[in-house]
Design a protein around this ligand. Structure first.
Ligand code: MGD
Ligand code: MGD
Ligand code: SF4
Ligand code: MO
Length: 748
């Protein structure tokens, strides 16, 4: 078996677990979560016929896994010992992922119905695909290509995201194609674009192990990227880098931090401006780098002049001395980095905040060298793949949507007339096409691998507008997925382990997943469904693929010469080298751990831009007398997203329990709320009822609810305002009021 995994993890559990408990955490059972890593051994002891090479299906850390198969069923998962990402480690979700496949709720056959209130009727793939392709053709001809909308997640394969883009943009020609990246990290992608001229994470996990100063902002790495956190913990013990956490909550990630700034929700831009102010005023900048490699320094300097910590401190809830301390540590470190995630991205000021993170790195010369740079921690397993190969925020290959030559090139590579591509008018994303559905302009929506009635901002409104559609198609693995309740057609999808392909992790590492078992019933990989639809629309010659590998080989050609160049990557090389970081331009190329090592950026003059995007940042929601608390939304270690998978894992369900809210003991006492009381939480948009859990992680004035629970869908409370450049909604912070719920009758 795999002694390294188990031993090393138990050691971690001993350290982290003790700390987690000492932090007065709301999860006394967390430690148990790590202990359960014994489980695959038990499963393996029951006998495994073969171990199949793959990658974890959950987060974008991208841990290498062996899938254990017995008698045609997946019965165990263990970490790949020589994988550079995880060296055999896995977190609790990674270990248990084998439990999500063979469950009774899996969709096995395509089904249809005339209206969402009818019962489902079994049908054949032939019939349902004729129906789907026929509807696309009919709506396209009658109302134009934009009457067909497609929305997918980043939990499908790179090959699938690529193919959906080719069908959506190249064949249907719709502007209304988007992915859930818009809810996740669109601000990071856009922030990289405005500062460096292109999307693309500049750094590697290894840089985090080589840095001297690390600011973590809006990330709960301990729970969301646990194996990365394990690596950071080891680094902290071995090399003692200075670590700062900026998060309104004292999460488990704070255990790593020398300084924790428990900022006011939504105040990151001000905090970053204060840090930049100190770095500039105390002359901790890298003048040569600023002169040679950047543009806009004087404007930046002027824009942050009035942001001295003493001015900013009170409004961001931080002691000015702490802001100075952090700025000095960052400015004087030889190698410094900023890591961030959804706490920054999910904001209607997201892109501007990311630009400030980039500014801070640039003015101190912290980019393009080992242990330096801005690092957006990606969320889902394929979130980078969607940005690279998909055609949502850019055309495939991160080609700028609005550039004439990029459009020509894509049309040539796809062998379609350029006029088939949608017009290059303003980028259309989720929010715009929701409005178009409301206005009756969208006739059909095809959702692939996402559960937006729970995950979308302002979900109450989203649920209502689905009723306007003539056809809602849901393509998913589980029949009881919440959005399916609103659908007319359900297409059963193969899951991880049942198909082959690649995911790109947070550090641009392309990782391979081999197929281990057959999908249940007639479930099919998403790429096959896309090919079948293309055939029925008369474009079969452009979709001749018989395997994911054939799609990948086309994508290699399409990617050649672009930023995410994967032309040198093959499935066999991926398995042999345990993943390859793009760009990888030839079969001899071992990949690129770090971008911008020559200090030339992807702007026309090669210089990075120092930007303060004040005009593009919307004011953040502020607590009021009527809605005096900041509700922060986010996640818990054990559950995944809207829990469509993790609710199949009994150990997770038992450990997390029913929907809950974390509240500070002080606020609870003031409101007469006791542990486990049911509390009604209301914003101007809606309310949910949850159990109270008193937690010293919360500061007074803030409460926290994870968005995992469809029984208490917290997105019925969130706002719909979006970041103007990235179009990302502000999902993270909502002014709310609280009261103890009546004993009965206030559910959901
Ligand atoms: N266990 C688990 N892991 C996951 C996922 C999961 O569902 N479950 N999902 C994956 C995905 S798709 C993503 S995108 C990532 C998300 O990973 P993270 O972003 O790390 O997780 P979140 O809990 O969404 O938010 C992170 C932190 O942002 C803080 N925050 C909220 N508002 C603010 C603010 O205004 N300023 C600052 N500085 N911080 C703020 C919250 O308190 C929270 O601790 O996780 C990935 N990993
Ligand atoms: N309030 C609030 N809202 C949030 C967030 C937050 O922090 N706060 N986070 C946001 C973020 S970062 C994200 S990424 C989104 C995620 O939100 P969603 O996009 O809704 O993600 P999931 O809940 O994971 O839903 C994915 C669906 O895909 C299915 N699936 C899995 N694999 C496959 C496959 O291979 N093929 C097909 N066809 N289906 C598959 C699963 O069964 C599941 O139903 O939520 C966002 N919403
Ligand atoms: S850290 Fe992420 S990729 Fe690794 S095992 Fe956990 S969920 Fe899977
Ligand atoms: Mo995400």
């Amino acid at each position: 078996m795999n002694p390294i995994t188990r031993r090393a993890f138990l050691r971690w559990a001993g350290v982290a677990g003790g700390g987690l408990l000492a932090a007065g955490a709301v999860f006394p059972a967390l430690f148990g979560g790590f202990r359960l890593l014994d489980d695959p051994e038990a499963a393996a002891a029951a006998g495994v016929d073969r171990w199949v090479y793959s990658t974890c299906q959950f987060c974008a850390v991208g841990c290498g896994v062996w899938i254990g198969v017995r008698g045609g069923r997946v019965v165990a998962v263990r970490g790949i010992e020589d994988h550079p990402v995880n060296r055999g480690m896995l977190c609790v979700k990674g270990i248990y992922q084998y439990k999500v496949l063979d469950v009774p709720e899996r969709a096995r056959f395509p089904v249809v119905r005339a209206t969402p209130s009818d019962a489902w009727r079994n049908t054949t793939w032939d019939e349902v695909l004729d129906h789907l392709a026929g509807s696309i053709r009919r709506f396209r001809e009658t109302y134009g290509p934009d009457s067909v909308a497609i929305y997918h997640s980043s939990q499908i394969l790179l090959e699938e995201a690529y193919l959906i883009g080719k069908l959506g943009r190249g064949v249907i020609g719709t502007r209304r194609l988007d992915s859930n990246s818009t809810l996740c990290l669109a601000s990071a992608a856009e922030g990289y674009k405005v500062s460096f001229g292109s999307d693309g994470t500049p750094t590697s996990f290894k840089d985090l192990e080589e840095t001297d100063c690390l600011i973590l902002i809006g990330t709960n790495t301990a729970e969301m990227h646990p194996v990365l956190f394990y690596r950071l913990q080891r680094t902290k013990r071995a090399r003692h880098p200075f670590v700062v956490l900026i998060d309104p909550r004292r999460t488990h990630t704070a255990e790593l931090a020398d300084v924790h700034l428990a900022v006011r929700p939504g105040s990151d831009a001000d905090v970053l401006k204060a840090l930049i102010n100190v770095v500039i005023e105390e002359d901790l900048v890298d003048h040569a780098f600023i002169r040679g490699q950047t543009k806009g320094y004087e404007e930046l300097r002027a824009a942050v002049r009035s942001f001295a910590p003493e001015t900013v401190g009170p409004r961001v809830w931080v002691d000015p001395a702490q802001l100075r301390l952090v700025a000095r540590a960052f400015g004087s470190a030889r190698r410094a980095m900023v890591g961030w995630a959804a706490g920054v991205n999910q904001s209607s000021a997201g892109t501007g905040t990311v630009a400030l993170i980039n500014d801070l790195c640039l003015i101190t010369g912290n980019i393009g060298r080992a242990g330096t740079g801005p690092f957006s921690f990606a969320g889902q397993c394929a979130s980078l793949s969607v940005r690279e190969a998909g055609s949502t925020s850019t055309l495939s290959g991160m080609r700028p949507w609005e550039k004439e030559e990029a459009r020509k090139e894509i049309a040539r590579l796809w062998n379609i007339p350029e006029g088939r591509l949608p017009s290059k008018t303003e980028k259309v994303t989720t929010k715009e096409f929701w409005e178009a559905i409301e206005a009756g302009e969208v006739k059909m929506l095809w959702i692939i691998g996402s559960n937006p009635v729970v995950s979308m901002s302002d979900a109450g409104r989203f649920r209502r507008l689905l009723g306007k559609l003539e056809l809602l198609v849901v393509q998913d693995a589980y029949m009881d997925q919440d959005t399916a309740a609103y659908a007319h057609m359900f297409l059963p999808a193969a899951l991880w382990g049942e198909k082959e392909g690649v995911f790109t992790n947070s550090e641009r590492r392309v990782n391979l997943l081999r197929k281990a078992v057959e999908p249940p019933g007639e479930a099919r990989p998403d790429w096959q469904v896309v090919c079948e639809v293309a055939h029925r629309l008369g474009y079969g010659h452009l979709f001749p693929f018989r395997s994911s590998e054939e799609i990948f080989n086309e994508w290699r050609r399409v990617s050649a010469g672009t930023h995410p160049d994967m032309s040198g990557i093959t499935y066999n090389r991926l398995e042999r080298l345990r993943g390859i970081q793009w760009p990888c331009r030839s079969l001899e190329d071992k990949g690129t751990p770090r971008l911008y090592e020559d200090f030339r950026f992807r702007t026309p003059d090669g210089k990075a831009r120092l930007l303060v995007l004040d005009k593009e940042m919307l004011p953040q929601p502020v607590a009021t007398d009527d809605y005096p608390f900041y509700l922060i939304t986010g996640r818990a270690l054990q559950h995944w997203q809207t829990a469509t998978k993790t609710k199949r894992i009994p150990e997770v369900v038992t450990e997390v329990g029913p929907p809950y809210m974390e509240i500070s003991p002080q606020d609870a006492r003031r409101l007469g709320i006791k542990e486990w009381d049911r509390v009604r939480v209301e914003s101007v948009r809606g309310g949910v009822t949850v159990h109270a859990r008193l937690s010293s992680r919360m500061r007074p004035g803030c409460v926290f609810i994870p968005y995992h629970f469809s029984q208490a869908p917290v997105n019925t409370l969130t706002e719909h305002a979006i970041d103007p450049p990235a179009k990302q909604p502000g999902l993270k912070r909502v002014p709310v009021r609280l009261r103890r719920a009546e004993p009965r009758g206030e559910e959901g």
